[in-house]
Design a protein around this ligand. Sequence first.
Ligand code: RB5
Length: 148
Amino acid sequence: MIENKTPMIIGSDHAAFPLKEVLKKFIAGQDIPIQDVGTFSESSVNYPEFGIKVARAVSEGEFKRGLLLCGTGIGMSMVANRFPHVRAALCGDIFSAKMSREHNDSNILVLGGRMIGETLAIEIVKTWLETPFAGGRHQTRLDQFDVI
Ligand code: RB5
């Protein structure tokens, strides 16, 4: 059971709808409150609509943590990282997920629904949720983002 119960917001496009459903169930099963902003079927939609909803909620502090999915994860990470205070990390492996928390304090995890299987996706989410930010020299580096 994951100890960190910080509420999450999740969104995807049609390409990652099946994986979103799997991950939502996994996260809810860990007693982590999760708000789903859609999409709610495999009918074709435009990913920025859902990326904006999640990224805005994290950017404005409504949620501390978000999860975004599209076919590759690329479009969603591009959208999310346009928002102030969002540090969205596209991860396709467990080590990247761990480092994105430890070194980059990522607050949105982005996954590609057409890139990875369910088991790996769950392990990535688990690692991402369980790994704390290391702070120190890494915070100094993150502070430099704010001059952009
Ligand atoms: C949808 O076909 C696809 O373009 C989208 O899911 C995503 O991969 C974009 O980056």
